[in-house]
Design a protein around this ligand. Structure first.
Ligand SMILES: C[S@@+](CC[C@H](N)C(=O)[O-])C[C@H]1O[C@@H](n2cnc3c(N)ncnc32)[C@H](O)[C@@H]1O
Length: 358
């Protein structure tokens, strides 16, 4: 049985499902979920993430972690990574932070990963990288101590609901069985019985607005932890601030876009991160946030070009080409430099490296 057939059976018995439920099943279904049984990364996979493009990314984030820890005045803490993929980013962070006096001795590492397949891969990647590394499937039961959280391309994988503003009020976009072909899925719009204020929200176009309850829950839980124990963190993801961008739901397979409802479980499904909502989830609980700033600006401020120059000095011609191509991909506004953004959240009063006063 395919996940598509399974979802069609579920809809037949329970009715149409929310986009969030569809996304959660497509990515996280125990047996057929996209992340649950494969390695989707790299040239042979479906997409490539920043730490897989260039070691410079993880090295700069390692320097950021070390600086953040020093700004916290040191002390014991847990380095928490949300959605660690292949474990490459953590490996690079641990490698560059190893020489920092007392840092590794003060730290335990917590890898938050739902996928058993990726967890196994992370365990292999991180052999010998640190003596205290643990795994957990969610952020419940984080160690009761300050945390420094790293989340690269994590929040875009969290399920979103989609609503449509129409002349009749707010309606929800749902996933149903295609009436013309009952082996396929389709989107429908369902009346929610919510009228919008007169002359207010409806602009004349059928506008999609998105909401990510899971983002609010996770950020809210992290904020509570930070409030009690201190620390902070860094989110890097593609997304936007300053109002809705409409429909941002997308599926990617073999490095190209793919229809969202075709072959669930076989393509990565994401939505752009709404940095305003993410930031509000922290500030509502008294945790300060900085950014978002474009990834290119952030990495350049941390010294991306200086690091690249130093790597170039000992590199072969082929390695030099790869270093330059990797750096360009990370920082160029035409590549990841502008679409991807960095945001930090801090329980304390200091401004993290790479950010300016907000
Ligand atoms: C796009 S990958 C990011 C990988 C990695 N951070 C990197 O930069 O290469 C998303 C990661 O988040 C994990 N993930 C997705 N949803 C999750 C959830 N709700 N809780 C924990 N991990 C999740 C996936 O299994 C995967 O490791």
């Amino acid at each position: 049985m395919s996940l598509s057939e399974l979802l069609i059976d579920t809809i037949r018995s329970k009715g149409p499902m929310t986009v969030a439920d569809y996304m959660a099943q497509a990515l996280g279904h125990e047996e057929y979920g996209y992340y649950m049984r494969r390695d989707p990364f790299g040239h042979k996979g479906d997409f490539i993430t920043a730490p897989e493009i260039s070691q410079i990314f993880g090295e700069l984030l390692g320097a950021w972690v070390a600086a953040f820890w020093q700004q916290m005045d040191g002390g014991d803490f847990a380095l928490v990574e949300l959605g660690p993929g292949r474990g490459t980013l953590m490996k690079d962070i641990l490698r560059v932070t190893a020489p920092v006096p007392d840092l590794h001795e003060s730290m335990c590492v917590v890898m938050v990963e739902t996928s058993p397949a990726l967890r196994r891969m992370q365990e292999v990647t991180l052999v010998g990288a640190h003596s205290r590394i643990g795994w957990q499937p969610d952020i419940d039961d984080l160690p009761r101590m300050p945390i420094i959280v790293i989340a690269n391309e994590f929040f875009d994988a969290l399920p979103i609901r989609q609503f449509v503003k129409t002349p009749d009020g707010l309606q929800e976009k749902l996933v149903d069985i295609d009436p013309d072909d009952d082996s396929k899925l389709c989107f429908i719009i369902q009346e929610m019985g919510i009228r919008l204020v007169k002359g207010g929200a409806y602009s004349g176009d059928e506008v999609v607005v998105e909401s990510s309850p899971a983002t609010r829950t996770i950020a809210g839980d992290l904020a509570q932890h930070l409030h009690a124990f201190g620390g902070g963190g860094l989110v890097i993801d593609y997304g936007y601030a300053g109002g809705s961008r409409g429909n941002t739901l997308q599926a990617v397979k073999n490095h190209g876009f793919h229809p969202v409802l075709e072959t669930p479980g076989e393509a990565d499904i994401t939505a752009h991160v709404d940095f305003d909502t993410l930031s509000d989830s922290f500030t509502e609980q008294g945790i300060l946030t900085y950014g978002p700033v474009p990834q290119g600006t952030f990495l350049t401020r941390l010294g991306a070009e200086i690091r690249a120059e130093s790597l170039l000095r000992n590199a072969s011609k082929q390695q030099q080409d790869e270093i330059i191509a990797g750096l360009t991909r990370l920082v160029s506004p035409n590549e990841m430099g502008e679409l991807f953004k960095a945001m930090s959240f801090v329980a304390d009063e200091f401004i993290p490296a790479g950010f300016e006063p907000s």
